[in-house]
Ligand binder design. Sequence first.
Ligand code: PAF
Length: 291
Amino acid sequence: MKIVHEPDELRRACDEARAAGERVGLVPTMGALHAGHRSLVERAVREAGFVVATVFVNPTQFGPSEDFERYPRTLEADAALCRDAGAALLFAPSRDAMYPLGDETRVRVGATAAALCGAHRPIHFEGVCTVVAKLFALAGPCVAVFGRKDYQQWRVIMRMARDLFLPVEVVGAPTVREPDGLALSSRNRYLSGADRARALAIPRGLSLAHAAFAAGERAPAALVAAARGPIEAAADSVDYVELASPESAQLLAPDRAVPERALLAVAARFGGARLIDNVVLGEDPAPLATA
Ligand code: PAF
């Protein structure tokens, strides 16, 4: 696996791969990679003959009081994981390479980015879409794989690709969990042992709501309460526990029966970590076999 740092090198490598008849696969990441990222690279390898992973801690998607500075930077280990998972190229640009002096253009996002994380991190999805649009422009026609743990991000990027006619197939790959149900996240590194034990309230809460839904419950308040109970009891604070459309990520009406498929999404803080997780009721398995 080759490691490159310059945007032109990424563009050239992807152009050459396509000229040689390969499909290009792209896995954008911010590094601090774990088995969840590995599954994204492996998925891309199943979809494409030339797979590029990218590692870039993107400053424009972090708010002023968020964790940009302390976000773990582990490039050597990230490279080993990508190589092992079958990537052909790792693109690890500098901040100046992605945002050269004078850079000022941003992608303005819409309704898909407004609720859930968008309501709590106002510039987040603009920053995500801006950097992902840059990566898509450099990679050219490709299949790009994102994790469904960041469910809203996946839908926002899919919307952007469609709206801007970008030649990219955007794939969402399933969340990878620890055996005890905790969704893998680079931010799990911020958790102490005690914080981690408390954070298990997230898969527990989602699983309780999943069980209620499977038993026929369709009242939004009852499903949200089932998930929220354990999470609120354990977390330092809860940003949201909401039901939304799996397609548009817009909130469901609180006074209407929940449809046959619904996104139940959570963001909550435990110690130094803001964790997000979700389940699509009517589609995904429960995070825990027994809640
Ligand atoms: O999900 C992430 O790691 C980031 O938001 C992404 C998509 C790589 C953009 O910086």
